[in-house]
Design a protein around this ligand. Sequence first.
Ligand SMILES: C[S@@+](CC[C@H](N)C(=O)[O-])C[C@H]1O[C@@H](n2cnc3c(N)ncnc32)[C@H](O)[C@@H]1O
Length: 387
Amino acid sequence: MKSFYEAIGILNKDKKEKDQVSILLNTPFEMLEYYNKNHILPDSGVLCRIEQKLGISRFDIMLKMGIYTQELKEHISNTPSLLSLNKEINITNNIPIELAFETKLGKLYHGDCCDLLSTIGNETFDLIFADPPFNLDKLYPSNINDNLKQSEYIGWCEKWLDECIRTLKVGGSLFIWNLPKWNTYLSKYLNERLTFRHWISADIKYSLPINGRLYPSHYSLLYYVKGEKPKTFKPDRLPMEVCSKCFNEIKDYGGYKNKMNPLGISLTDVWYDIPPVRHSKYKARKDANELSVKLLDRIIEMSSNIGDTIFDPFGGAGTTYITAEIKQRKWIGVEIGPLEDIINRFQNIQTDRSLILKYRDKYNHLFPPVIEKKRIEKNLWTCKKEE
Ligand SMILES: C[S@@+](CC[C@H](N)C(=O)[O-])C[C@H]1O[C@@H](n2cnc3c(N)ncnc32)[C@H](O)[C@@H]1O
């Protein structure tokens, strides 16, 4: 397999030649070095410029680097001769995209996310969160086919992922929420295009026990960054878990309790405190697999700043959009099915705002004020008592 530089015909270590290529491709030298050092396939925007400026097709580069898309694999298996491979992959079905709703910070479109993405410039978004359909043969109001062949589902995911990667800023973060099974495939794909940060397990039971299988009890949340490192990373700290009756700590911290950070416990890659949104009375859309605002609040807080732009290609009940709005981030959304529930949610934004405030109240101190008071009353240790 060839390195990125070899694949584009840079064979010597001459910095001057690399600088010239960097100018020609309008891509920072450091990014070219990053692709080369980490065996990363450039995003489709850069691949397009390589095609235009250096005359090397993206498929040549993929073949030389040994990094294939599902579409390329299928194309190869249907091609009698590999020499005829210079065919463009058409990633959009050109259905007109319609702006359906706007706020001061956000825009919600009706249509297919790939069509919308094809209208968006390179390196636009600071944070992308995606919660696609899981291909579980679920009936969606938009009647999308949720029962694709495995290779078709993965091929479809690769299409929108390529566009997400292209439209993500360098240093921007990409989060993918899916079943562990699908995320094993998507993770392999992303490892060759972005930098892996974490596989986060969100401890939520999502189906009934199945004979002969372990009880499925976590969703996978993939966390990747474009380029070497994230431009924003400020995870919340969580409170110490205490018994709701006696207010004693639940875990044994040994002799280290008094050395704990008064701002709380470091966030780990297992999230056990994300509630499912099950009861229809709490759901913004009855038939949507709606996620908790607690999840989106945590991701948005960790990986973006006020004024940043967030994108979610799969609107559902609009959890990402409402959370972004409340947290003063700009947002772009799209949903292929009905939009009324998302729009109605914005008419009633106070409900989600109060919920987020309630969650945030508990973060970034070891004991939230109410718990601290109780522990003082019971003569239990608090950071304050130590001072
Ligand atoms: C799992 S739900 C997302 C739920 C959302 N995260 C929430 O918390 O409300 C997936 C959504 O993606 C939508 N969808 C499926 N294919 C799409 C496409 N190609 N473009 C835009 N939306 C799509 C479905 O209609 C569905 O509402």
